[in-house]
Write a protein that binds this ligand. Sequence first.
Ligand SMILES: [Zn+2]
Length: 213
Amino acid sequence: MIRIYKCIDAPASLAETKAYDGEDVKRQLLHDQHGKCYICERIRDTDFEIEHFQSQEGHETLKQVWTNLLMACGYCNRKKLHHFDHLLNPLEVNIEEVIEQRLDYDQKKALFQSHRADEASVETVRLLQRVFNGTHRMRTLKEERFFESAMSAMNRFLELVNAYLLNPNAANEKAVRDELAIDKEFLGLKYWIIQNNEALKQTFAKDIIWNKK
Ligand SMILES: [Zn+2]
C-alpha cells in the first residue's frame, strides 16, 4: 500500500446523479490509481469496485463525496467492509514510509509494522494483515491464491534485484527500475526492499518517490 494521488476535480456524475459509481468516476479512479487496487496494489482490469473509504454505514453524507471514493478489488473490499473506518488515508499519508511492508518467505507470511502507534496506523496494519495473511489461522483457498501470487511477483522482483547487485550494469539497473514504475504492482513491498539496502537505496532513491509530495 502506498500514497495515492487523485485528481482534484470531482467527476460530473457525482453532482448530476444520485450514483457514486458512474462511468466517469470509475474511469477517473482507474486512471489516477493506475488500474490498481489501493489496498493490495494488484492491477484489476475488470474486477474493481468503487470503495467508500469511510464506509456507507454511518457515513451517509459521504456517499457521493469524491475524496471518499477509491478503487479497490472485490477481494480487499470484502475484507474491509465497514470494519475499517479509521485507516491511514492514502490520499494524505505516505503509507509506504509509515508502514513497513515485507514478506517472510520461510513462514509464508506478510509482515507489516507501523512506525507510529496511533489508531489509524494500527488499523491499517490490521487490514493489510487480513488481506495478505487471511482472516483466520488457516488461509482460505482465495487467501492462499492471493498470497501465492504476491509471493511469486516478489520473487521475480528479488531475482532482478539480486542480478543487479551481482552485476550492476545498465541493463540490470533498468530491469529493476521498470519494476518500480508507478503502474507496477506491490510497490509498498518493493519500497522496503530498496529501503533496507544501502546500494539499492543510492541507485533507486528517485524511483520510489511515486505520489509523495
Ligand atoms: Zn485489493
